[in-house]
Design a protein around this ligand. Structure first.
Ligand code: GDP
Ligand code: ZN
Length: 461
């Protein structure tokens, strides 16, 4: 494969002050040399790989110094793209970075398309597709835990598991072949039948397990969609404010991506909460009253977590009870606010209504109880095994879709065997399962899918 040299601004994650212009391709070193002036006029192209050089970027036409820089040189194949890579660290903010990029483009590099660096890493065999997608997740990760999931995927954890399953299927297919080739041996058929069921069921179980992790994976990636509900004046806005102020708000304006909805992201003990915007919360104040239990239930169903706020110093009303009805079956934390005021609420009744939902008492005015609430949120979410860091999570919707299709295919195969369907028909379903799993790692993907996937990346990755 032959590639031209591409360049883009690529800002390292979590850092704003330094911007990097990254170059990748055969001519990366030559192009950098045309605009770089180091001490003693040293040429970058003669320097050792994996070294860093101080110098200036100079416009070759005018000899004007554009920027003071540190340049990292990395020769392929020991680079992310497996090509020669030059990274120019600029300190002078966006304007000068753009000028550096412009100079590089003038020297014959091409502006990289979004995700093109990662695409090259994929095409050059450095990473597989699920790892490439993990890079994308890493860029978007909102908490450390989300980052760990993406890291695990990037290290190839999901890929290894998928490969193992595909191997199982291949072995099974090999046995089926034997059976088709030598149908006269009765015991072969019997053995094949038994082995088929065993292997196929094993594969099915593993796929089901993976699909099950996807809910948590998605939440880690996108944030737990959280809605605060309660009657007017119970303290919803106060709750939103204390959650936002006590926790590091998560920066969401990732360069190169746009969001149509404005939401507050907060990191509550590793759980990314996506709180709907204040205006949205206001609207839910009287949501049950306004549109009735049935319809409000539909609206609320989109939420992953409900924070239902009650007033400790007021009697329970029919509206409160309707709120409980509207969120039946959902993940709910009940918050009894205003505990600094005299008790008027009937706690026995609250407990009856709350059933097995966690109840937390707060006085948001006195900043009390928020810790307990955060504890409750993290317990609710991490009650599963997510804390054991080395589990494999599926967080990518494309992977989930493929796993579901693979599940269908393997179930067809199992049904087929059980119903005595001819073995070559079963073989088709097995092969299909094998192919679908292969699409997750990119072993059987089409060109257009690759383009589409990588175009979702941010520029410069
Ligand atoms: P919302 O209408 O549900 O959003 O309620 P707000 O958060 O706007 O609060 C309504 C009023 O209750 C405001 O005057 C708050 O200062 C007050 N408030 C909120 N939390 C508490 C609390 O824990 N104790 C007391 N005494 N007042 C509170
Ligand atoms: Zn409010």
């Amino acid at each position: 494969m032959e590639f031209d040299t591409i360049a883009a601004i690529s800002t390292p994650m979590g850092e704003g002050a330094i911007a990097i212009v990254r170059l990748s391709g055969d001519e990366a070193f030559l192009i950098a040399d045309k605009i770089f002036k180091g001490p003693g006029n040293k040429k970058l192209s003669t320097q050792a790989s994996h070294t860093i050089h101080y110098g200036h970027i100079v416009d070759p036409k005018t000899d004007v110094v554009v920027e003071e820089v540190m340049v990292s040189l990395m020769r392929g194949p020991r680079t992310f793209t497996r090509e020669d890579v030059v990274e120019i660290n600029c300190h002078g903010g966006l304007v000068s970075v753009n000028r550096v990029l412009q100079l590089i483009l003038n020297q014959g590099a091409r502006l990289a398309e979004p995700g093109e660096f990662t695409k090259r890493a994929f095409l050059n065999g450095r990473i597989d597709l699920s790892q490439a997608e993990a890079v994308m997740d890493l860029i978007r990760a909102k908490t450390d835990r989300a980052m760990n999931v993406a890291m695990g995927q990037m290290e190839g954890r999901l890929s290894k598991l998928i490969q193992k399953l595909r191997q199982e299927i291949l072995e099974t297919l090999a046995h089926v072949e034997v059976n088709i080739d030598y149908p006269e041996y009765d015991d072969v058929e019997e053995m094949t039948h038994k082995m088929l069921i065993e292997k196929a069921q094993f594969v099915r179980e593993e796929i089901v397990k993976l699909i099950r992790t996807s809910e948590q994976g998605k939440i880690l990636r996108e944030g737990l969609s959280t809605v605060i509900i309660g009657r007017p004046n119970v303290g919803k806005s106060s709750l939103l404010n204390s959650l936002v102020h006590e926790n590091k708000a998560i920066v969401t304006d990732i360069p190169g991506t746009t969001r149509d909805v404005i939401e507050e992201y907060v990191n509550v003990r590793g759980v990314p909460l996506r709180l709907v915007d204040t205006a949205g919360i206001r609207e839910t104040e009287d949501i049950v009253e306004r549109i009735g239990v049935e319809r409000s239930r539909k609206v609320l169903k989109e939420a992953d977590l409900i924070l239902l706020v009650l007033n400790y110093s007021d009697e329970l009303t029919i509206e409160d009870e309707n709120l409980f009805k509207a969120v039946e079956g959902m993940d709910v934390i009940v918050i009894i606010n205003k505990t600094d005021l005299p008790e008027k609420i009937n706690m026995d009744k609250v407990k009856a209504l709350a059933k097995d939902h966690k109840i937390v008492s707060t006085s948001l005015l006195q900043e009390q109880g928020v810790d307990e609430l955060e504890e409750a949120i993290s317990t609710l979410f991490f009650a599963g095994s997510i804390e054991s860091g080395d589990m494999t999570y599926v967080s990518n919707s494309r992977h989930v879709a493929l796993l579901n299709q693979a599940l269908n295919a393997i179930e067809e195969a199992i049904n087929g065997v059980e119903m005595g369907t001819p073995i070559d028909i079963v073989q088709i379903d097995l092969t299909r399962t094998w192919e679908l799993l292969g699409e997750i790692t990119g072993d059987t993907v089409h060109e257009s899918l690759i383009d589409q996937l990588f175009s979702q990346f941010c520029l410069g990755k």
